[in-house]
Write a protein that binds this ligand. Structure first.
Ligand code: NAD
Ligand code: MG
Length: 388
C-alpha cells in the first residue's frame, strides 16, 4: 500500500532528516511539505519530492513560491498560514503525518492529525506536553496511531516490545540524556555562556531551541512529561540518567531485574526510519555502531542543583494539567529571549520557576482551553522578563 505523508516543519532539522530517509523509501509519496519562512529550501524540497501541497507560514512569501513552482511546470498548490497547516495535517488523502514543527506552533496541526486518525510520527514533544490528556483522547477516539520520534521515547517504545504501554511488569523507565554542553562546566562560568555556546551540543546536531533545552536539561524535563503520556506511566516510575556518549537512547527495567536498552548512533535518521517503516524495518543510511571503537559507556545521576528544571518537571508532571502548559510556554518565551541576548542562561530556569509560581491553574477540556492557557502563560512570562 502506498503511504502518503505530510511533513510539518520539513525545513527543520527533523524535517530534513525525514526527507533524507524518505528519498530511499519507494512505498512513500510526499503529500505536503511545510515551512515557516525558509522559502528557498521549501522550493528545493518541492522540486525533489513534488508534493501536492506546500505550506509557507509567512503569507507574503506564498505568491513568489507559487510562481516559481509554476514556472517549473510543477502542480504543487501553495497555501499559507496556520489554518493551512491544519488542513494538510487532516486531509483525508494523507495517511501519515510527521509532526516536526518546533514548539507550541505545532500543537494545532499535530492535534488535527490526531483527530483525523493518521499515523502520527511525533517529534513535536511540546504538543504532547501542552495537551497530553486531550491529545491522547483524540488519538484513541479517532483510532490514530501515535509513534514516538524523540530518540528516547522511540528507544523506550522499542524496549517495551509487543505492548506499547507500560504494564505491571515494568519496574522503571530509565530516561537517558547526555547532559548537554555544560555537563561539567564550572557553575560560576555558566553566568556568562552565550547562545552559540549553548547550541554547541557535544553529540547531536539540532535546531536552536531544542539545543538550548538540552543545555538547561529542559529537554529532559519535557521528555519526562512526554513519556508519562506516551506510555501511561506515573512520573515516579521514570528516572533521569546522565549518559554523556548518547549511544544508549533509553532503557526499560522490568520487575525480574532485566534491563532492556536500545543503542545506536546519535543520529535522528534511526528513530525516523523506525517509525516510517513500523512495524517493518528500513535502512536509515546510518553507519553501524563499531563496538571495537566504543571505549566506554558512562552513566551517572544528574546534579539537580545544576539543572533545576529537572525537579520542576516532577512537580509539573504530578500537578494540575495547566502547569505543563505554563512550564512549556515560559520556557519558549525565555529561550527566545536568551537566543536574542535579552536574558542570561541561568535566568532561563529562574524565569520558568517564577512563571510556575505565579500562574493560576486552569481547567483544560479542549484545544481552545490549552491555547488560551498558553497565551496567558506567555503574557505572564513576558511580564516577568520585563520586571528583571
Ligand atoms: P528546527 O528549528 O530545526 O525546525 C523547526 C521547523 O518548524 C522548521 O521547518 C520551521 O520552518 C518550522 N516552524 C517553526 N516555527 C513555525 C511556526 N510558527 N509555524 C509553522 N512552522 C514553524 O527544529 P527541530 O530541531 O527540527 O525540532 C523540531 C521538533 O522536533 C521540536 O519539537 C523538537 O523538540 C523535536 N525533536 C528534535 C530533535 C532533533 O534532533 N532536532 C530530536 C528530538 C525531538
Ligand atoms: Mg530526545
Amino acid at each position: 500500500m502506498i503511504k502518503r505523508i505530510t511533513i510539518l516543519g520539513s525545513t527543520g532539522s527533523i524535517g530534513q532528516s525525514t526527507l533524507k530517509v524518505l528519498a530511499t523509501q519507494p512505498d512513500y509519496e510526499v503529500f505536503a511539505l511545510t515551512a515557516n519562512e525558509n522559502v528557498d529550501l521549501l522550493f528545493a524540497q518541492c522540486q525533489q519530492f513534488r508534493p501536492e501541497f506546500a505550506v509557507i507560514g509567512v503569507p507574503a512569501l506564498a505568491q513568489d513560491l507559487a510562481a516559481k513552482l509554476q514556472a517549473l511546470g510543477l502542480a504543487t498548490k501553495v497555501l499559507s498560514g496556520p489554518a493551512a497547516l491544519v488542513q494538510v495535517a487532516a486531509d483525508p488523502a494523507a495517511t501519515h503525518v510527521m509532526a516536526a514543527i518546533v514548539g507550541g506552533a505545532g500543537l494545532a496541526p499535530s492535534f488535527a492529525a490526531a483527530e483525523s486518525g493518521k499515523v502520527i510520527l511525533l517529534a513535536n514533544k511540546e504538543a504532547l506536553v501542552m495537551a497530553g490528556a486531550i491529545f491522547m483522547d483524540a488519538v484513541a477516539r479517532s483510532n490514530a496511531t501515535l509513534l514516538p520520534v524523540d530518540s528516547e521515547h522511540n528507544a523506550i517504545f522499542q524496549c517495551l516490545g509487543q505492548s506499547s504501554h507500560v504494564d505491571t511488569g515494568v519496574q522503571r523507565i530509565l530516561l537517558t540524556g547526555s547532559g548537554g554542553p555544560f555537563l561539567d562546566t564550572p557553575l560560576a562560568d555558566l553566568e556568562h555562556v552565550t547562545p552559540d555556546d549553548a547550541c554547541q551540543h557535544p553529540n547531536w546536531d539540532m535546531g536552536r531551541k531544542i539545543s538550548v533545552d538540552s543545555a538547561t536539561m529542559m529537554n529532559k524535563a519535557l521528555e519526562l512529561i512526554e513519556a508519562c503520556w506516551l506510555f501511561d506511566v506515573p512520573p515516579e516510575k521514570i528516572e533521569f540518567v546522565i549518559h554523556p556518549q548518547s549511544i544508549v537512547h533509553s532503557m526499560v527495567e522490568f520487575v525480574d531485574g532485566s534491563v532492556v536498552a536500545q543503542l545506536g548512533q546519535p543520529d535522528m535518521r534511526t528513530p525516523i526510519a523506525h517509525v516510517l517503516a513500523f512495524p517493518e524495518r528500513a535502512d536509515a543510511g546510518v553507519a553501524a555502531l563499531d563496538f571495537s571503537q566504543l571505549r566506554a559507556l558512562e552513566f551517572r545521576a544528574p546534579e539537580l542543583s545544576r539543572f533545576p528544571v529537572l525537579s520542576l518537571a516532577r512537580v509539573v508532571a504530578s500537578g494540575p494539567k495547566s502547569l505543563a502548559v505554563t512550564f512549556n510556554a515560559a520556557n519558549e518565551v525565555a529561550v527566545e529571549a536568551f537566543l536574542a541576548d535579552r536574558l542570561s542562561f541561568l535566568n532561563i530556569s529562574a524565569v520558568i520557576k517564577a512563571a510556575l509560581d505565579a500562574a493560576e491553574t486552569q481547567e483544560l477540556h479542549s484545544l481552545d482551553d490549552v491555547l488560551a492557557c498558553d497565551a496567558t502563560a506567555r503574557a505572564l512570562t513576558r511580564r516577568i522578563l520585563k520586571s528583571l
